[in-house]
Design a protein around this ligand. Structure first.
Ligand SMILES: [Zn+2]
Length: 136
């Protein structure tokens, strides 16, 4: 429970013969405190909404910002080596790190970066995908 300085002052006024002026001031202060607390709650909500929105914008920006050596295919990125050939390794479109999967027929590919959490189901084999990309 929060310590409320106004209840202490209120008690003091009640115990020692109340003054109507002090009581009025106390009421004004209580109103002000209520307004400030309401405003603070609204601002906290607004900040958390903006933080969410900002994170979402960053994600979108990272997705759109695909480095030259990558090509997007089926929601994953494939990296070209200096000779222009693609290796059969899918990369995360968000952090550009390799995706991994032991059972691609059953489970989605997962990003290898801790905390990234990007997953994507790729039904085609990576070898056949890079074969197509290498023919382009
Ligand atoms: Zn990632």
């Amino acid at each position: 429970m929060k310590l409320n300085p106004f209840s202490l002052i209120e008690e003091l006024i009640n115990e020692h013969g109340s003054s109507s002026i002090l009581r009025e001031r106390l009421l004004l202060l209580k109103d002000e405190l209520r307004n400030i607390e309401k405003e603070r709650t609204e601002l906290k909500t607004k900040i958390s909404e903006l933080m969410k929105e900002n994170a979402e914008c960053r994600k979108q920006l990272d997705k759109q910002n695909i480095p030259d050596q990558f090509t997007e295919y089926l929601g994953a990125l494939f990296k070209r080596d200096p000779s222009g050939r693609y290796a059969p390794v899918a990369h995360c479109p968000e952090c550009k790190r390799p995706l991994w999967n032991n059972e691609p027929q059953i489970f989605p590919y997962e990003c290898s970066t801790p905390g990234c959490g990007y997953t994507i189901m790729i039904h085609e084999s990576l070898t056949s995908i890079v074969d197509k990309l290498n023919k382009k």
